[in-house]
Design a protein around this ligand. Structure first.
Ligand SMILES: CC(C)(COP(=O)(O)OP(=O)(O)OC[C@H]1O[C@@H](n2cnc3c(N)ncnc32)[C@H](O)[C@@H]1OP(=O)(O)O)[C@@H](O)C(=O)NCCC(=O)NCCS
Length: 179
């Protein structure tokens, strides 16, 4: 397996991966929604506000993760939110997701990103350093439907603590359906 910081030329393959993976795990409506989200993130997000990391096997895409910028009006730290994440259905449960997440987080650290956030299953994301946070300490762009899934980690030697909002996400994520 090869992990890559580049996704150029794979935009269509990435959107297909998200659509197929989420259709298989959550049904076709969710597959469409997340496939469209992946396309929208790739199409609409300024390069400086987006990181996409990919996992390849024999030059075929088997996993992809997105980090997009979250701006906090009252805080100068650099914050990126991880979403969405997919590993090809027939490749799941073999460590691809965790290796890709660790690779992406390390790359962000190297780029000087201060904080990574995500919104998902605490049992899974705690394996790569995320801890539960509150909307009071770290305001989300929308009121969260599942506040127990609001997670974060500091990528520096400083504690995450609280981050002063309000926060603003990139355009493709700027829809309460994702929060
Ligand atoms: C969630 C997902 C990215 C995990 O990737 P993966 O490569 O299958 O996971 P890994 O093999 O790296 O990790 C496996 C470990 O995580 C656990 N795990 C996998 N999916 C999990 C989930 N949804 N919730 C909790 N734990 C999970 C496994 O039990 C396993 O634990 P272990 O290491 O203690 O045995 C992948 O299964 C996937 O794409 N699922 C469908 C889409 C999705 O739900 N994406 C995440 C929401 S954005």
């Amino acid at each position: 397996m090869e992990l890559s910081k580049s996704h150029k030329g794979r935009e269509h393959e990435i959107a297909e991966l998200f659509m197929a993976t989420f259709s298989a795990s959550e049904g076709t409506d969710e597959g469409q929604l997340i496939g469209d989200l992946a396309s929208g993130l790739l199409r609409e997000t300024p390069a400086e506000d987006l990181y996409v990391f990919t996992a390849l096997a024999d030059n075929v895409l088997i996993g992809a993760i997105f980090f997009s910028r979250l701006r906090f009006d009252g805080d100068p730290r650099t914050v990126f939110v991880l979403a969405p994440v997919a590993v090809k259905t027939d490749q799941q449960g073999q460590g691809v997701g965790q290796r890709l997440l660790s690779f992406g987080l390390e790359a962000l650290r190297g780029e000087g990103v201060d904080i990574a956030l995500t919104y998902g299953d605490p049992n899974y994301y705690s394996k790569v350093g995320f801890r539960q946070i509150t909307e009071t300490d770290v305001p989300a762009p929308f009121t969260l439907n599942h506040p127990e899934g609001w997670l974060g980690q500091s990528l520096t030697d400083q504690p995450l603590g609280s981050v002063t909002g309000p926060s603003r996400c990139v355009a493709a994520l700027n829809d309460p359906a994702f929060w």
